[in-house]
Design a protein around this ligand. Sequence first.
Ligand code: IMP
Ligand code: MG
Length: 178
Amino acid sequence: MSVVGVHTRPRVLIPADALARRVQALGDELSLRLRDAPAPLFLVLMDGAFMFAADLVRAVHLPGLELRFVRASSYRGTSTTGTVELAAVPDLRGRQVVLVDDILDTGLTLAAAQRAVRDSGATQVATCVLLDKPARRRPGGLAQADMVGFRIQDVFVVGYGLDFDGRWRELPYVGAVA
Ligand code: IMP
Ligand code: MG
């Protein structure tokens, strides 16, 4: 029996070793940027950023680091719905927050998340994304992130946490589905 379609592994766009090197560099940069923050709080947007965040927090050296997760969703299949559903953000009064997401696409998710973080009382918000697709930005979306792992073309990507309707998150690399 030939196995095609959903079982075809996505082609490699960013291999695992390149991801590891870049995530370590982002970790080093964050360690430097936040070295004087008394209790930096990393707020991770779920589900897509889970693998990136897991590696990122192990690459930073910040003794007072606090890690929290908030669920955000806007996608059905490969198209954005345009409306961002964001779960309640914790009380962030006086905190220096790093918002961590898998990818900056239209920018609507991070714009909404950044607003919510500010409304929650954070004194400072930095945004850190693994991937950036600048060609996809929409009006009202976050124009750019403070820290970016890789800029990529406008292709739908999966793996290293990113999914296509719940699939391919477990891949150790970033792959393209089309
Ligand atoms: P934005 O609000 O359009 O910037 O989209 C952000 C969210 O959409 C990300 O956190 C991802 O979860 C998802 N997303 C955007 N592009 C892709 C992609 O190419 N593959 C998988 N998920 C994506
Ligand atoms: Mg996401």
